[in-house]
Design a protein around this ligand. Structure first.
Ligand SMILES: *Cc1c(COP(=O)(O)O)cnc(C)c1O
Length: 437
């Protein structure tokens, strides 16, 4: 990778950062000093200044699920620079362009059957806002304006803007602070844990009784399929998705799947819904959609939903972000999808899954470890206590690895291009972080 070109020394940068820059979920000024990254290539982040004796870190996080092909990928770089030479942006109202149109058609082609229409949004949270707006408007337009509430299960995470916050886990999560003033949505218990655990009939009854009691006021059920991410890194049996599909059909409620974290192969299926062979009415995509290059998300819906909206008194979907369909983002998303599907991605995800299974197994014997679980290219070590993030990060950096634990969880979802040696290294770092964090 190229040498750092920052004229500004790291110490000066950090001082300004501390003075002016807000970081995710942080106080102002920040209490933990971030590390300065000068560039990144493949699965490695280059630090502006060595930390714990390391000047490069293997990225265990794919920059929050997104960089599935790693950094500075020649194919993705070319897609961006090629598009940059034509136009970096043009408004989407009244105009259209090839990368957005081709991306939409490609998404329809590869997502579960029935999803025909694509709304391009700028971030995952906004795509959830759009999904909910679609569902509410569908019922309003089709003469059932009382159906305005949402149902979800506990333990979920759907983003940080207002509507998604209302369906995030209301307890212990980041949004507890707002529980008094957020709209009160309907929460089922957390789905029983375990991808391979049998479907629990008592839990199915629980879902049924909530849906049957509240069908008249429910616009949609919204869940993360198979993997609940930032709400607790839990896995459940895909069978619950088929159950939700049947119940939603029976009680005339729409079903939204939030595949923002799970989409594009992460769980071992291209979309988590594919594990269950089912299709939602509305689906949200984001994070790895652009291979981690640019911010972009998409909300897909069925003919029925689009039709219902378009037959209403206000026959339009009143949403249109300034940067909707951004050409750079849609061009790199197309290239990222082609890159993924043009290789045996399932083999790569399985290979990483096997590496994580093997490498994280020793964590089971560590004191303070409650559970170790792996699904696809996702590895999770859950502690019996809140992680000491600073100590855990230090321990991982000492092993040359970047992880970002939260709550009681040290978890990784490496880029699919991570070699076996680096997967083993990530696992050693997670074990070290679990021992010290
Ligand atoms: C990250 C995430 C979001 C929010 O996406 P942003 O791009 O951060 O707004 C929503 N849902 C799920 C499941 C996510 O993992």
């Amino acid at each position: 990778m190229p040498d750092q070109h920052h004229a500004m020394p790291a110490a000066e940068l950090l001082a300004l950062d501390r003075q002016h820059v807000w970081h995710p979920y942080g106080p102002m000024p920040g209490r933990q000093e971030p590390m300065v990254v000068s560039c990144a290539s493949g699965v490695r982040l280059r630090l502006a200044e060595p930390s714990q004796g390391q000047d490069e870190l293997v990225d265990g996080m794919s920059s929050w699920w997104s960089a599935i092909h790693g950094y500075n990928h020649p194919v993705l770089n070319e897609a961006v620079t090629d598009q940059l030479g034509r136009m970096s942006h043009v408004m989407f109202g009244g105009l259209t362009h090839e990368p957005a149109v081709r991306l939409a058609a490609r998404l329809v082609e590869i997502t579960p059957p029935g999803l025909e229409h694509v709304f391009l949004a700028d971030s995952g949270s906004v795509s959830v806002e759009v999904a909910v707006k679609m569902c509410l408007q569908y019922w309003r337009s089709t003469g059932r304006p009382g159906k305005t509430r949402l149902m979800t299960w506990r333990g979920g995470y759907h983003g940080d803007t207002w509507t998604p916050m209302a369906v995030c886990d209301p307890e212990g999560g980041m949004h507890e602070l707002w529980s008094g003033i957020l709209p009160r949505q309907l929460f089922a218990d957390v789905p029983p844990s375990g991808f391979d655990a049998p479907v629990d009939p008592a839990y199915v009854d629980h879902l049924r009784s909530l849906l049957s009691a509240h069908a008249d006021e429910l616009a949609a059920v919204i869940v993360e399929p198979v993997v609940q991410g930032a709400g607790g890194m839990r896995f459940h049996n895909p069978g619950y998705l088929r159950v939700l599909r049947e119940l939603c059909d029976e009680y005339d409620v729409l079903l939204i799947l939030d595949e923002i974290a799970t989409g594009f192969g992460r769980t071992g299926a291209l979309f988590a819904a594919d594990h269950a062979g089912m299709a939602p009415d509305v689906m949200c995509l984001g994070k790895s959609l652009t291979g981690g290059y640019l911010t972009l998300a998409a909300t897909l819906c069925t003919e029925r939903v689009a039709d219902g909206i378009s037959r209403g008194a206000v026959p339009v979907l009143a949403h249109g972000p300034t940067f909707m369909g951004n050409p750079l983002a849609t061009a790199v998303a197309l290239a990222s999808i082609d890159l993924l599907l043009g290789q045996d991605w399932q083999r790569e995800v399985k290979r990483i899954e096997a590496g994580l299974e093997e490498g994280l197994a020793p964590a089971r014997d560590l004191p303070g470890v409650r559970d170790v679980r792996v699904l696809g290219a996702i590895g999770v070590v859950q502690l019996t206590h809140e992680v000491d993030v600073a100590a855990a990060t230090r321990a991982a950096v000492r092993e040359g690895v970047w992880v970002r634990p939260f709550r009681d969880l040290i978890y990784v979802m490496p880029p699919f291009v991570t070699g076996d040696g680096d997967v083993a290294r990530i696992c050693r770092a997670v074990c070290a972080a679990a021992a010290e964090g």
